[in-house]
Design a protein around this ligand. Sequence first.
Ligand code: DUC
Ligand code: ZN
Ligand code: ZN
Ligand code: ZN
Length: 460
Amino acid sequence: MNRTLLRAGTLVDGGGRTRADLLMSDGKIVAIGDFSQMSTENVEVIDCTGLMVLPGGVDVHTHLDAPLMGTTTADDFATGTVAAAVGGTTTIVDFAMQIPGSTLTDSLQLHREKAKGKAAIDYGMHMCITDLYDGAIDELTEVRAEGVSSLKVFMAYRGTLMLHDGQLYDVLRGASRVGSQVCVHAENGDVIDRIAADLVAQGKTGPGYHEIARPPATEVEAVERAIRISRMADAPLYFVHLSTEGAVDAVGEARMAGWPVSAETCTHYLTLDRDIYDQPGFQPAKAVLTPPLRTFEHREALWRGLNSGVLSVVSSDHCPFCFEDKKRLSGDDFRAIPNGGPGVEHRMSVVYGKGVATGKLTIERFVELTSTIPAKQFGLFPRKGHLGIGADADVVLLDPDGTTLITADTQYQNMDYTLYEGWSLPGKITKVFARGRLVADKGRFVGTAGRGEYLHRDGL
Ligand code: DUC
Ligand code: ZN
Ligand code: ZN
Ligand code: ZN
């Protein structure tokens, strides 16, 4: 029997914080209370005085070993889940891409094969639908039976990933029949393609133009349209990676009307400025991710949205492409640079350091946004996402007096850069447990590849 007692820490759950002991046994949280009198024979005791004891992070937006824009993301299920674990994330929900010419179920099986024997932490999958072939909607029942109860569709990237409005409507109808959640990438792809083509025609081909081609209105318009279409389909909707004030306003209005619309934002939209696109040379390519980074006003609106409840999840959108690969593939046209950046390793530290430590978020809200609500939104609660008896013993110890230093040289992500290079942040994740086993200790991975289990998500 593997028993560990976390003694005298401050336990934080959405509901509040309490000073207590927490006992883990055989991968589960089995007791919370005052165990100062308990016999500790055959129990490993860890003194957590002065530490925050948090539920492990749940990152519901990663792209591991993913075929995208003519290449494959740099982290596979081995490196990506190790990076997640070191950063305090003990569960991911990863996007399975539909392979061109393949069915949804075949594409899903292929992605599941990629994870087998490699993942160091538990993982679920969403299914991306990029080609609505005859019979695809009927197949949603089988996808659901495989434990995949969420689907992603794109309103951008015509010709490769995009579904048109009628197809979005079809997916919403079909998903709601089988009880699946539709996640939308909301950008007006056709307008973006026109702006981008005009820029290139004027010789404006550098990586910084990626941002100019995707102004805030292209997101806001698509969010408003998707909300209307979801009402026509009478289906709930979840927006991935929102980046703009207008999108937050639109989601807020829908929620005020009582419509089942929810939304996430990502670490980088909360903490990084668009001025990286003004840097010389190829540097801006590091932030060629979609949607692009925005200005201070948008960031402030996102933080407000997290506190008002309009935004309820912070994900990483970990979609890593090495700087060298971005350069090689670009061919002097920003449109060819693979869209995405790394982040699974640093989501918890950056949101804690820039959110909780600065007073923008309470630590309870931090736990809700990075663990509890994502777990609930995607059918993982109560097994994941809180410190409750019977839950998986996925636990993070965080020292509020410690410091986290982020550098590309020391990260586990299989990347040649990080968007947070040189950042020194208040707060340090000292230990991470996944199903009761220590997987990270003082920033070092000490877990086992292949121990992560596939999470069959039944309900929403
Ligand atoms: N959307 C994502 O969710 N990730 C990377 C690229 C994109 O367009
Ligand atoms: Zn997207
Ligand atoms: Zn993504
Ligand atoms: Zn709880």
